[in-house]
Design a protein around this ligand. Structure first.
Ligand code: CDP
Length: 220
């Protein structure tokens, strides 16, 4: 299907939500459906984290994290971007306002491209694209998210336990929601999608229905 973007209002879909909520899968499916480019903004934070990790920097030190913001040396295909250690570094360095400032322009210009776009992350609907056509806030119970993340990690051959994964999910939620800079929060005009009792296909269908309802409302 082609995107309903017009020349004066690019069709932008913002998908936010906590760790392992399924927002990435949903965002990719929406991008495919509407023929829009997609940006996983978490990868930008992961890229800074991987840079920092590789030069032995301390994620507790804001200046060192800022020095890791040169992303020209990172390949976005690098498998290590998806590792747990990089995810945990990313969750820490993303709290620094200076790191967020470095990554802001890249995300805003992606969101502002003429044909429209889908972006997923934590602050898309609140900071990056506050005027997005449709905003989804995708969530699920922490236990459900931990089960999904565990399955992903086991599939990648990692030896981890449910309790550790659940503790990590709680820690990330707390850091993402508790930070001062662009905390994870549902935008006032975002549509809530709780995927706790849904499989992937059901979650995608529900997301699509919400976006379609939003489009019908704005074009009425
Ligand atoms: O899904 P998961 O939490 O593993 O990670 P992600 O979406 O790849 O994001 C990695 C980290 O970057 C998260 O823990 C967030 O703290 C941070 N992030 C952010 O602060 N703002 C965004 N727009 C995207 C990610």
């Amino acid at each position: 299907m082609t995107s309903p973007a017009t020349t004066d209002t690019p069709f932008v879909i913002a998908v936010d939500g906590p760790a392992a909520s399924g927002k990435g899968t949903i965002a990719r499916a929406l991008a495919d459906h509407y023929g829009l480019p997609h940006m996983d903004t978490g990868l930008l934070y992961r890229a800074v984290a991987l840079n920092l990790f590789r030069f032995g920097g301390d994620p507790g030190n804001e200046l060192e994290a800022v020095r890791a913001c040169d992303l020209s040396v990172i390949s976005f295909d690098d498998d290590e971007l998806r590792s747990e250690i990089v995810g945990s570094y990313a969750s820490r360095i993303s709290a620094y306002p200076a790191v967020r400032a470095h990554l802001l322009e890249r995300q805003r210009s992606f969101a502002a491209q003429a044909g429209g776009a889908v972006l997923d992350g934590r602050d898309i609907g609140t900071v990056i694209a506050p005027d997005a056509t449709a905003k989804l806030f995708v969530t699920a119970a922490p236990e459900v998210r931990a089960t999904r993340r565990l399955a992903e990690l086991i599939k990648r051959g990692m030896n981890v336990h449910y309790d550790e994964v659940l503790a990590d999910i709680h820690a990330r939620d707390e850091r993402d929601s508790g930070r001062d800079a662009a905390p994870l929060v549902q935008a006032d005009d975002a549509l809530l999608l709780d995927t706790s009792d849904m499989d992937v296909d059901q979650a995608i269908a529900a997301a699509l229905a919400l976006v379609e309802a939003r489009l019908a409302a704005v074009t009425r």
